[in-house]
Design a protein around this ligand. Structure first.
Ligand SMILES: *Cc1c(COP(=O)(O)O)cnc(C)c1O
Length: 489
């Protein structure tokens, strides 16, 4: 059998300047001798590309350069915690002892894997202050659903089914979605003019029908909920449970433990706070930690230690809500988070928090005056400015976001939280240097100047990217997910 290497010219010719992924059919014949029954043998060729390593390498490097990612540039997408992902994490996750583990292997032969899960769960519990955990959920949103189903099981076990779950109006969209998925009704309460939970509104909304309150802390404005201990007491007084959306743990870990504030459940986004890559849909991981009274309802199997301290999978869980995910969760994401925490240690975890907060406040101090700041309290790890001050020049937040691409930066999160019109939610994370914060601030200030002096530049941005300004409505409705792109587009 001969392997034919196609000519570079063919590869290049298919779409000059783009990916070159439109390839000629393979002319490799099917295997001539094999044990596979004749009728299962392939009759024709399947047209797989045959390329030399160097061609494949160039293809992917070129593709990666067409995109923006945290390895290429600053990525201050608020709430998403786009910190740098240490490459040691990838090396660890690629170790054959992990990658060759199969989920149906006997426990005795995957001892190290289970030990790692136990250690990760224990470290997360140290951060949250709870005693029990599950690593099964595949993302933050999935953790929310898991936690709410446990809360539901808890109330039902107590013969006390309830109807609704309260969320502040600054909450992330996954919160109401998870509430509906878990069979409850979301009840939204207004924030105060300072951007935090309004105790009077909470008092009015709380009742014996309240199953839980879901709170992000610090909230999506980057503000610490100063009354959170009181909020937890008020919820507990009517028998409601406190769920903490832990997406913003990067502002708290090592300093404040959710359990000490009064939360009964908290989720962790390993792919945000704990430095495992994200974007593009996965894989993620959204472990939960829970207080003692919710432990019986954890998804099955629970990873725990037996009387000798050995880690085991515990399937004997009569009150469990059941399985939330095939097998045990996204294990290789856990490996990365485990290594990240082991590399940092207790002091390192605290330093992450300190630098995340310092970086956000430094950046904000440079941008105040050039952009509007609706909620003026000192934020923690992220802040929400907005472009309403540029509206008089016909400029919207999307124009600022597109122009940032021309400067080589990803945009902040736009139009979230919903309570800030034209929001630009910015989260620099601890892994950025002062130089990168300054160059981003310079670009933002320059864009504000352009908005005043020459707004047309912003309307036509980006002009320096492989693809210019798209018709966003059309791009969302008319998804082209195949290559090559038809000519008429
Ligand atoms: C990211 C995020 C979520 C959802 O987490 P996923 O892991 O993306 O499912 C929930 N709440 C907040 C505040 C978030 O930032």
């Amino acid at each position: 059998m001969t392997t034919k290497i196609i000519e570079p010219t063919l590869f290049e010719k298919s779409r000059p300047g783009l990916t070159g992924a439109s390839l000629p059919p393979s002319d490799v014949p099917p295997a001539e001798t094999s044990d596979i029954p004749e009728k299962l043998l392939r009759k024709g060729n399947i047209g797989l590309p045959e390329l030399a390593e160097v061609q494949v390498m160039r293809h992917y490097v070129r593709l990666s350069n067409l995109n923006h990612h945290v390895e290429k540039g600053f990525y201050p997408l608020g709430s998403c915690t786009m910190k740098y992902n240490p490459k040691a994490n990838e090396d660890a996750a690629g170790l054959p002892g992990f990658t060759h583990t199969h989920p149906v292997m006997a426990e005795e032969t995957s001892y190290g894997t289970i030990e790692l899960m136990a250690q990760l769960g224990e470290m997360l519990c140290e951060i949250s202050g709870h005693n029990h955990y599950t690593l099964q959920p595949a993302a933050g949103a999935h953790g929310e659903l898991t936690g709410l189903l446990m809360i539901r099981a808890y109330h039902e076990k107590n013969g006390n089914p309830r109807k609704n779950i309260i969320i502040p109006d600054s909450s992330h969209g996954t919160n109401p979605a998870s509430i509906v998925f878990a069979g409850y009704e979301p009840v939204e309460i207004k924030s105060t003019e300072r951007g935090t939970i309004d105790l009077a509104a909470l008092e009015a909304a709380l009742s014996e029908d309240t199953a839980a309150l879901m709170v992000t802390n610090p909230n999506t404005l980057g503000l610490f909920e100063k009354d959170i201990v009181k909020v937890c007491e008020m919820a507990h007084a009517v028998g409601a449970q406190m769920y903490m959306d832990g997406a913003n743990l990067n502002a708290m870990m090592g300093y404040v433990r959710p359990a000490d504030l009064g939360f009964d459940v908290a989720h962790f986004n390993l792919h945000k706070t704990f430095s495992t890559p994200h974007g593009g849909g996965g894989p993620g991981s959204g472990p939960l930690s829970v207080a003692d009274h919710l432990e019986p309802f954890l998804p099955r199997p629970v990873v725990r230690r037996d009387e000798n301290g050995e880690p085991i999978f515990d399937f004997d869980r009569p009150d469990s809500i059941g399985k939330m995910q095939g097998f045990y969760g996204n294990f290789l994401v856990m490996v990365k988070a485990w290594l990240y925490l082991r590399m940092l240690g207790t002091d390192g975890v605290k330093e992450v928090t300190e630098w995340a907060i310092l970086n956000a406040n430094y950046l904000l101090s440079r941008l105040v005056g050039h952009y509007n700041l609706q909620y003026k309290d000192t934020p923690l790890h992220e802040f929400v400015i907005d472009s309403t001050n540029l509206k008089q020049f016909g400029i919207r937040n999307v124009d600022v976001a597109k122009r940032l691409l021309d400067h080589g930066f990803h945009a902040p999160t736009m139009s979230f939280p919903l309570i800030v019109p034209e929001a630009l939610m910015t989260e620099p994370t601890e892994t950025e240097s002062k130089a990168s914060l300054d160059s981003f601030a310079d670009a933002m200030i320059e864009i504000a100047r352009e908005a005043r002096e020459n707004p047309e530049i912003l309307h036509s941005a980006p002009t320096q990217t492989p693809i210019g300004r798209l018709d966003e409505g059309k791009a969302a409705r008319l998804k082209i997910l195949r290559w090559p792109i038809p000519d008429e587009i």
